[in-house]
Design a protein around this ligand. Structure first.
Ligand code: NAP
Length: 245
């Protein structure tokens, strides 16, 4: 366990797999307290137990980020346990890619609900506390899809462009709260499992062959978190070295 880092209370949404799970492990190993949220509580329970057994501190709670009351309850749970929140990582996301012509409107709505409303709910739930404390850090997961648009990814990219716009707005409107956008390239995770369109799923399999391990993104988040309070790392883009896009 490292001791030269100021320990923080860090909330992570979507901590049951992929980037969220790797980030929980990495930050806990750095001495931070992590509060884990997602819908699959069996996974969160195992992860929290693993972290606690290794000498870290982790708590978890069932969370659906599409429900504001649920996100508020998640934040209240963390405040009750640890009396403060230093960082929220709005990481939960879904990516059911498909061409617009397929009219998978339910999937478009799902992406908007989780990737955009979920991030807004996370911000709304912590902002009063962070404003009152005059301190805090909001980290939002965008993507290289928040910088470029690809066929089949119009709606997903739209949600990730939105995350960057919302984050930049929050950054400009606050003086004491740090705001960081994390924009990963392709990373090993369960994200592509939400793709229901078979052709797009095959294309994604090829694209994901050079995927980074999720701890690459965890280290980027730790870098932003562990800067002094007057240093706001605004955005980090992390791509595989072999990746063109
Ligand atoms: N992997 C990549 O290549 C990549 C690249 C750029 C950006 N990103 C972004 O990174 C973030 C993490 O994704 P990942 O790659 O780690 O994918 P992942 O393994 O599929 O993880 C997504 C997480 O989001 C959670 N989630 C989904 N819907 C939720 C909801 N309604 N409420 C609460 N949690 C929910 C899932 O947990 P439950 O199902 O248990 O709720 C899961 O823990 C996403 O925002 C994604 O867009 C990923």
């Amino acid at each position: 366990m490292k001791t030269n880092i100021e320990p923080k209370v860090i909330l992570i949404t979507g901590a049951s797999s992929g980037i969220g799970e790797a980030t929980a492990r990495h930050l806990a190993a750095n001495g931070h307290t992590v509060v884990l949220g997602a819908r699959r509580t069996d996974r969160l329970g195992k992860l929290a137990a693993e972290i606690n057994t290794a000498g870290g501190t982790a708590e978890y709670r069932a969370l659906d980020v599409t429900n504001l009351a649920d996100v508020q309850a998640f934040v209240e749970f963390a405040l009750k346990k640890f009396s403060k929140i230093d960082v929220i990582i709005n990481n939960a996301g879904v990516m059911p890619l498909s061409p617009l012509a397929e009219l998978k409107i339910d999937e478009w709505d799902r992406m908007i609900d989780v990737n955009v409303r979920g991030v807004l709910h996370g911000i709304a739930a912590v902002l009063p506390h962070m404003t009152q404390r005059k301190a805090g850090h909001v980290i939002n997961l965008s993507s290289i899809g928040g910088h470029q648009v690809y066929p089949t990814a119009a709606v997903y990219c739209g949600t990730k462009f939105a995350v960057r716009a919302i984050s930049e707005g929050l950054r400009q409107e606050t003086k004491d709260i740090r705001v960081t956008i994390i924009s990963p390239g392709v990373v090993e995770s369960e994200l592509a499992d939400t793709i229901s369109d078979p052709v797009t799923r095959d294309v994604m399999k090829q694209f994901r062959q050079i995927a980074l391990k999720p701890d690459a993104i965890a280290r980027a988040m730790a870098y932003a978190i562990e800067q002094p309070a007057d240093v706001d790392v605004n955005e980090i883009i992390v791509r595989p070295t072999a990746g063109a896009q």
